[in-house]
Design a binder for this molecule. Structure first.
Ligand code: CU
Length: 444
């Protein structure tokens, strides 16, 4: 499989992020993050430029008896074969994640990234997962959806003692099923998941011909509450999150899903946020073929263009990429495709504000009042373009630039790029679609 330069840089940066920043970010993370002190220091990342963009790392499929998944802006965890057992090592630790160029976040994750690396194995494998806790508090890992011995289920207090800081625990079991699963802590869950601790767990069928597709993408939905101008998610937030992410990235920081025309494509989406996400795709119809409960029988599938992903579950959708173009792929809750915005914005639609500026500046000479919202919010995008001053480490509410202008998105949004000349197994970005003459909507 082709490993392009961007992938290599991504790989390098994943490790740069975990090593270069470890020294200067962790101490303050320990002091502040878990307690959510309102007086927390704003700038906990000494040099945000050190954190490079973590692009998708393509795992080569040569020599494997399965077709590896492609984790959006992520990677798969390498393993070592030890006397017939596949051994994986997960390190739970504070990490720095770039959500999109211009914003880095103090998260908790695994092996230097949040979400953690995707675990890939094959039905029938004996696996050993060695978990080391480098967090400031105890943790465990629950293997969501797996059929396993009860004592391996990873529920702190119920099936095992919590893993204290500095301790290492070993999970070992045989994989009895295939499909799409997840892992996440089952200890101080509200804090640890709000900080980004989660990962995908993919079990490929023993028979490589079963459920075979040409391209197999996966990612997790997660949400964060990060006040503008700050770096650390608020772990006490219950439902009022302000950042909606695919694998802890927001548009335009999310990699496109690049496919070759005619490919059979699977996209596995796991939801570890605190609300449902109707995931919608343009240009094609798809079927849900797998959930975290297993494969859906063919007779039970129906065509859809939007699939609602409930909290704590996975939907894998499949389609044949028959239509060339740049097709939007996004959450259909419109506030989930936007960056942080205030919840208490007065409704100014249709309100004449021309003389308001003058009146307010008479009353409050120090206060700069900006009239906006009279004819909609699209002016936000224009202001971001003009370089409107935003608080430190804060992304604009709407951003992204397409071939025809601003795309006005900012959260759970990316593009499926279908190209007839995309080489097999090549995931490099072909750029924007060149529409055939006479096939674009035009001004009358
Ligand atoms: Cu959503």
């Amino acid at each position: 499989m082709k490993q392009n330069r961007r992938d290599f840089l991504g790989l390098a940066s994943a490790f740069l992020a975990s090593t270069a920043l470890a020294g200067n970010s962790r101490a303050s993370e320990h002091d502040h993050a878990a307690h959510g002190s309102p007086k927390r220091r704003l700038s906990m990342v000494e040099n945000p430029k050190q954190v490079l963009s973590p692009a998708t790392i393509i795992t080569p499929n040569k020599g494997k008896n399965y077709n590896p998944v492609v984790t959006l802006n992520g990677w798969s965890l390498p393993y070592e074969m030890k006397k017939g057992v596949k051994e994986f090592h997960l390190i739970a630790e504070p990490v720095v994640r770039e959500f999109a160029p211009g914003m880095v976040v103090n998260c908790w994750g695994y092996n230097g990234t949040s979400p953690g690396p995707t675990i890939e194995a094959v039905e029938g494998d004996r696996i050993r997962l060695i978990v080391t806790n480098k967090l400031p508090e105890h943790t465990t890992i629950h293997w969501h959806g797996l059929i396993l011995p009860n004592g391996m289920d990873g529920v702190g207090g119920l099936t095992q003692p919590q893993i204290k800081p500095g301790e290492t625990y070993v999970y070992e079991f045989t994989l009895r099923q295939s499909g799409s699963f997840m892992y996440h802590p089952h200890a101080d869950e509200m804090v640890q998941m709000a900080m980004g601790m989660m990962g995908m767990f993919i079990i490929h069928p023993k028979n490589p011909a079963a459920h075979r597709v040409d391209r197999d993408f996966c990612f997790l939905l997660s949400s964060y509450d990060i006040a503008p101008g700050t770096y650390t998610p608020n772990p006490s937030t219950m439902t009022e999150f302000n950042l909606w992410t695919f694998n802890s990235r927001v548009f335009p920081g999310i990699d496109p899903m690049v496919v070759r025309k005619g490919d059979r494509v699977r996209i596995r989406v796991g939801n570890l946020t605190m609300t449902n996400h109707p995931i919608h795709m343009h240009g094609h119809t798809f079927e849900v073929t797998c959930t975290d409960g297993g494969w859906v029988p063919k007779s039970a599938r129906w065509p859809e263009v939007t699939s609602d992903i409930p909290v704590g579950s996975i939907r894998a959708i499949e389609f044949t990429a028959t239509e060339e173009g740049d097709w939007s792929f996004h959450c259909h809750k419109s506030h989930h495709t936007m960056g942080p915005m205030g919840h208490n914005v007065p409704n100014m639609l249709g309100v004449k504000q021309d003389d308001l500026t003058e009146k307010i500046s008479d009353l409050m000479p120090e206060y700069m009042y900006m009239p906006m919202g009279r004819s909609g919010m699209s002016e936000m995008q224009d202001m971001a373009e003009m370089g409107m001053a935003l608080p430190e480490n804060t992304l604009p509410m709407m951003s992204g630039k397409g071939p025809f202008g601003p795309i006005e998105m900012g959260g759970m949004f990316t593009v499926v790029k279908v190209r007839k000349d995309q080489p097999r197994n090549d995931y490099s970005d072909p750029g924007w679609f060149r529409h055939p003459k006479g096939s674009i909507a035009y001004k009358y």
